[in-house]
Design a protein around this ligand. Sequence first.
Ligand code: HEM
Length: 392
Amino acid sequence: MLSQKAIDIVKSTAPILADRGVDITTVFYKNLFIAHPELLNFFNHANQKQGRQQTALANTVYAAALHIDNLGVLIPAVKQIAQKHRSLGIKAEHYPIVGKYLLLAIKEVLGDAATEEIIQAWADAYGIIADVFIQMEIEMYKEAAEQENGFSEFKNFKIVDKVIESDIITSFYLQPEDKSAVPTFIPGQYITVRLTIPGETYLLNRQYSLSQAPNQETYRISVKKETEMSPNGRASVYLHQDGQIGDIIEVSSPAGDFYIDLESTRPVALISGGVGITPMMSMLDTIAKTSPTRPVTFLHGSRNKALHPFDNDVRDLMSTMEDLTYLTLYSDENQMLTKEILADKVLSNSDIYVCGPVPFMKAIIQSLYDLGFEEGHVHYEFFGPAVALELV
Ligand code: HEM
């Protein structure tokens, strides 16, 4: 339990964190990686360079500080982060290291303003916040290990097929090296792929949505070809250029809280932009197999035909479904997913799932709210650290 005094100190100094949060977390990461370079085996280096991770951590610490006497309200956000931590293999023993360098960074950035009393209050608060994460993650590791064919951390998978889906998207079919069956997942979830790349000092971790319905044999991911400079760059370039059938890569058990409600009988709208189509393919494939009479609207925005993946697959699934509305719009031809199209195609009372680049998502979600769709029925996932997540 945090003392009332510590609660008061943390709450009254929280605005300083909001102001200087990114400075603090930038200093934090710099010093953390100097002292513990081995932690670079967990972090996405490009997200670091772009400051995205710093913003995500600063937002979370600030939100936690504001709600330090009622952390329950943060549980959904904590769950999402804990899922990511679990899929990366973050453990209880890492938390004191992060805590130490976070407090040192607060001291360094705030200077004389950070009195002993303030630092102690923040140390106590961090301990409490960390404990919420640690307990939740312990449960998640346990669940991952205990499910059928489950494994709690990384496992070796073999690339058993590599299929070009468009000029920039290629699918990889992954099977456990020991030929065991794979644990199931809920369509919309992702796996972390951990790569050992020749010439790279540290392991590279990337999350990829699973892009087909669950089955016993394989996971399929569909990877966009990026440039080296983008957040997914190094891993994507490596997989596209060097990932070959027969190669072994490490994969962690499926994770993530963006997934379809398969129990619901409401109509479904699956709306994607660019490579955001990948979780939608898993959702669509699953609905086609398990509830083909459920009305589905599948809307996709792509730049042009050459960059548009899975067109034939959607059409094949369509022929097995009773009520699928399918529309793709090409922005190079000035076709946009407007509010009017959403009003026309998305059935009222639909469960709506949206995935794509941040500006696309913001525009679609705003239009859906303007059209009166309920917040509780609109689900979405940002790629990369949830920079736009409004926690407070
Ligand atoms: C991701 C917060 C502790 C390693 C994240 C994200 C947040 C966050 C907000 C972004 C989630 C997303 O991408 O959606 C926190 C908080 C912590 C904490 C508040 C302490 C209470 C740790 C620890 C480690 C760690 C102890 C291990 C050294 C990571 C990694 C990622 C991550 C590797 C993925 C980042 C990437 O994409 O490179 N964390 N975290 N975190 N966290 Fe933590």
